[in-house]
Design a protein around this ligand. Structure first.
Ligand code: GSH
Length: 205
C-alpha cells in the first residue's frame, strides 16, 4: 500500500493531481469514485472531503483537498522532484501567484463566461476582474517559456497548464498561439502522457 492515495474520478479535476503525481514519480494508490453514481456524496467520502468533490489526497494521516492546494503540498513535501520554489527563493512569489491564479482567477473567469450571470457584476467585486484581463495576464505569463518559471517546470505549470488545456479543449478559452504552443510543450511531457493514457483507460472501463 502506497503512502499517497488519490480520491479520483476520470476525467475530472482530480486528473490534474494525477498528472502532478506522475510528475512526482512517487507510488500512489487510487480510490476511484463514480460521480455519476453520487459516490462523492456518500458519508464515508464526505468524512474525507465535506465538499463532496474530487480530488482529495491522503498522505499518511494528512488529508488535503482542492487541486491547487494538493499540488502545492506535494511539491513542497517532495522537494527532490524539483517541482516547487522553496521558501527563500525570490521566484517563490511569482510561483505562488500562478498557483493561486488558477483557482481564484482563471476558473471563475471561465465558468462565469460559460454560465453568464443575469446581472453584470461590478469589476471591482469580482476577484478575477474581467475575462479579457485574465487572458492577457495568462498570455504574457506563458509567452516566453518554456514554462511559467522559465526553464524549470513546476507545480504552477500543472495548475495553469491544466486550466489552459481543458479550457481550450472545451472551447472555453481562446486558442491563442501562446496558449497552443505552451500546452503543446506540456503535452510532450511523459508524465502528462502517462496520466492521460491511464485516465482514458479508467474512463473506458
Ligand atoms: N475547487 C475544487 C473543485 C473540485 C470539483 O469541482 N470537482 C468536481 C469534478 S471536476 C466534482 O467533484 N464534482 C462532483 C460534484 O460536485 O458532485 C478543486 O479545485 O479541487
Amino acid at each position: 500500500m502506497a503512502n499517497l492515495t488519490l480520491y479520483h474520478a476520470a476525467p475530472s479535476r482530480s486528473s490534474v493531481v494525477r498528472w502532478m503525481l506522475e510528475e512526482l514519480g512517487e507510488p500512489y494508490d487510487l480510490h476511484v469514485l463514480s460521480l455519476a453514481k453520487g459516490e462523492q456524496l456518500a458519508p464515508g467520502y464526505l468524512a474525507v472531503n465535506p465538499m463532496g468533490k474530487v480530488p482529495a489526497l491522503k498522505h499518511g494521516n494528512v488529508v488535503v483537498t482542492e487541486a491547487a492546494a494538493i499540488c502545492t503540498y506535494l511539491a513542497d513535501e517532495f522537494p527532490e522532484a524539483n517541482l516547487n520554489m522553496p521558501i527563500g527563493d525570490p521566484r517563490r512569489g511569482a510561483y505562488l501567484k500562478w498557483l493561486f491564479f488558477g483557482p481564484s482567477c482563471v476558473e471563475p473567469a471561465v465558468t462565469d463566461r460559460a454560465f453568464p450571470r443575469q446581472e453584470e457584476a461590478r469589476r471591482g467585486m469580482l476577484g478575477y476582474g474581467d475575462f479579457d484581463t485574465v487572458i492577457d495576464v495568462l498570455a504574457k505569463g506563458v509567452a516566453s517559456g518554456p514554462y511559467l518559471m522559465g526553464d524549470q517546470f513546476t507545480a504552477a505549470d500543472v495548475i495553469i497548464g491544466s486550466n489552459l488545456r481543458w479550457g481550450m479543449m472545451f472551447n472555453l478559452l481562446p486558442k491563442q498561439p501562446e496558449f497552443v504552443a505552451y500546452v503543446g510543450r506540456l503535452e510532450q511531457r511523459p508524465a502528462l502522457q502517462r496520466a492521460a493514457a491511464k485516465d482514458q483507460e479508467l474512463a473506458a472501463a
